[in-house]
Design a protein around this ligand. Structure first.
Ligand SMILES: O=C(O)c1cc(=O)[nH]c(=O)n1[C@@H]1O[C@H](COP(=O)(O)O)[C@@H](O)[C@H]1O
Length: 255
């Protein structure tokens, strides 16, 4: 229970609905039907929904459109990492789809991230105000990556925090809105790049929950206590026997 003593930082004074809006649920399912099953169970709780590779590759943009029609905020998580021209085109298409948030890999470099922003701005410019500007963020070091893997396999020297901060500065320099990182790095990112720079943090596990393939983790309360803007939390909710109860328990702990 020690973690319940910590201040919930950015959540102070927020209602349960406002807290839910900062929780991103990954719809990591093989079909629209399977994802809709979870949506049904969580109906009425205004969480952000994330469509990643598995569901997007299976169902395509139609599922994102249907989420938008149902009133959800949608994070299109396709982690683009390609030559600048290709990423600009991808960003243009995702923006036209009406995504509220999408991402690229910071490892693609500054020119690639600038191209993503330009592709997004091109789509916005041609929409004559019909589209809202999405949050464009960059993945720093995946939350499944440990210090050892980063140093020994990927070949990046130094600490994970140093690598994340380097990517965060590069991302800021390219004019993007924020980064995906682990909650462990949030305070250092906000300190180095500015408190307005958005942090989206997967690698979140309630105390005692199975880490699975995640390496750099914190509890939801600790993550918000660090000042993160959004947490991404999947399996502790989606794989729970009762996903609604699991989410409501987390919301209660956060409010
Ligand atoms: O970009 C992401 O969303 C992401 C980046 C990262 O570094 N780590 C990470 O886990 N994610 C995503 O966040 C979600 C985490 O899911 P759970 O591990 O089930 O909570 C998955 O959909 C991942 O694809």
């Amino acid at each position: 229970m020690a973690e319940l003593q910590q201040p919930a930082g950015v959540l102070k004074g927020k209602t349960a609905a406002e807290i839910a809006e900062r929780i991103i649920i990954p719809l990591d399912y093989p079909s629209a039907q399977a994802a809709s099953g979870l949506l049904e169970k969580l109906r009425g709780i205004p969480c952000y929904m994330k469509v990643g590779m598995q569901l997007f590759y299976a169902e395509g943009p139609a599922f994102v459109r249907s989420l938008k029609e149902q009133g959800y905020k949608v994070f299109v998580d396709l982690k683009m990492h390609d030559i600048p021209n290709t990423v600009a085109g991808g960003a243009d298409s995702i923006t036209r789809l009406g995504a509220d948030m999408f991402n690229v890999h910071a490892a693609g470099g500054k020119a690639m991230m600038e191209a993503a922003r330009e592709g997004m701005e091109r789509a916005l410019g041609q929409s004559a105000g019909a589209l809202k500007r999405p949050l464009l963020i960059a993945v720093t070091q995946l939350t499944s990556t440990s210090q050892t893997v980063m140093n020994k396999e990927i070949g990046i020297p130094g600490t994970v925090e140093e690598a994340v901060l380097r990517y965060a500065s590069l991302t800021r320099g390219a004019g993007l809105d924020g980064v995906v990182a682990s909650p462990l790095e949030v305070a250092a990112i906000k300190n180095a790049v500015g408190s307005q720079f958005v942090t989206v943090t997967p690698g979140v596990r309630p105390a005692g929950a199975d880490k699975g393939d995640q390496s750099r983790v914190m509890t939801p309360r600790e993550a918000f206590g660090q000042g993160t803007d959004f947490i991404v939390m999947g399996r502790p909710i989606t794989a729970a026997p009762d996903p609604r109860q699991a989410l409501e328990t987390i919301l209660k702990e956060l409010s």
